[in-house]
Design a protein around this ligand. Sequence first.
Ligand SMILES: Cc1cc2nc3c(=O)[nH]c(=O)nc-3n(C[C@H](O)[C@H](O)[C@H](O)COP(=O)(O)O)c2cc1C
Length: 477
Amino acid sequence: MVCVVVSAFDPLSVGSLELSNRLAVPAMVTRLSGEDGFVNEPIVERYRRFAEGGVGLIVVEASAIHESRSGPLLRVSSDEFVPGLERVTQACHSAGPAKVFLQIIHFLKIARSGWRQKIADLGVDDLEVLPGLFADAAERAALAGFDGVELHMAHAYTLSSFLSRQNRRRDEYGRTLENRLRLPTAVMQAVTERVGDFPVSVRFNADEAIRRGYSVDDAAVFAVRFADLGAAYVSLSVGGKFEDAVHRDGEPLYPYTGFSGDRCMPGSNYPDAVNIWMARSVRRELRAAGHDTPVLGTGKIGSVELADRVLDDESCDIVGMARALLADPYLPAKARDGRVDETVRCIYCNVCKSLDGSFKTVVCYLWPAGATQAPRPGESTESELLWTNDKPLNATLRPGEVRLSWPAADGGATGYDLMRSTDGGTFDRITACTRTRHLDDRALSGHRYQYRVVPYDSAGRRGQASNRVEVDLMADQ
Ligand SMILES: Cc1cc2nc3c(=O)[nH]c(=O)nc-3n(C[C@H](O)[C@H](O)[C@H](O)COP(=O)(O)O)c2cc1C
């Protein structure tokens, strides 16, 4: 038997395109544009860095196909946006091998009172204009030099609301699976008819993660439909719905505040690759239906090592890493060059998500204070991070928790990896901190723990590891 091992750095055919590797930046709103929706220099810079970092695919953030007002969001709703978007594609194409897609979105109105327009409020006339709007936007993306478009049918937005099991419209656009697919199908057909061979992909939820929402069985049907219609790849997300969003006084509803929002951008309390079984299940159905359409999976996959694992067990064909690549866009290059230890690793604290929700510029908590872009590997001056004290790390035991503290390392540390070993095993990174203390509330009686901290600079270079401290809870059993 021949055993084929698939790795993140293997190339992949996506329709008529060849990706140089299987790592992708999924769409991630930056809130760097003004409300006018035009591309500006910080946006170009953000995407240039992703390309420099060596990913195979970059999906540029959700860009509105219509004029409806919103907070800061990119737009592709008229030809005047094309030159700006072209600056993004040019910057990416000249910086690295990545293919660049534009995610295009239609959303309904929301108000600070918590009111939101629903698909039930739309007349058939309103729906009939949507396929044309998507086709116009896709044509502009092609003109701007993108390698493809991704139709946003995930989360809380218009097309996702049609696919939803909560779509109870009483006309031919609601309730049954066929009716729920009617508008998304018309959109896909209008786009492909307009743009010909230009690659068109679709992002939708594998699971809505809401009560009476759909799950992988419906998602597999959607995947087969979009593959039948020629999707270049299907990208699977989860949740992010208005139905369980928490309304805060005076703010418009943000669809990532409830449980479905947690499932969409799983935080530190969720296991790694928590949603990948859904991608695997949809992919299996797609293959059973005779389609080799690549499947993009996401959700707390933060290292090339883990990406290799989910690719190799055939859970997906492309691995989306949103927050991990925000934290360090150079993660692929560092892994490929054997410099994994220089990666600024995402801790899934979701500060980026909160910034998105309050319409503030999306930055990473682990970047140097005040930075609006991730530091380039060579950007900070070489400095050795050292401890002046030879036993900087201190641990104090309280019932059920270990309090750790240390002084700032000399040489300009940006943050600290906190490492823990259990019962003499290997040291795993339990978190990263920009402060000089941490509370470990996951220490259990009957075990022996060792801790150490490793400082890193803004380029991710690790400094000298601290002393090890041991906390023995064996006797507490
Ligand atoms: C700040 C932020 C903005 C996002 N914006 C989008 C978006 O524009 N379109 C989209 O489909 N998903 C968006 N997402 C979801 C991500 O693409 C991704 O599915 C999610 O973060 C889970 O992947 P991860 O665990 O690798 O971060 C966003 C996520 C974050 C954190």
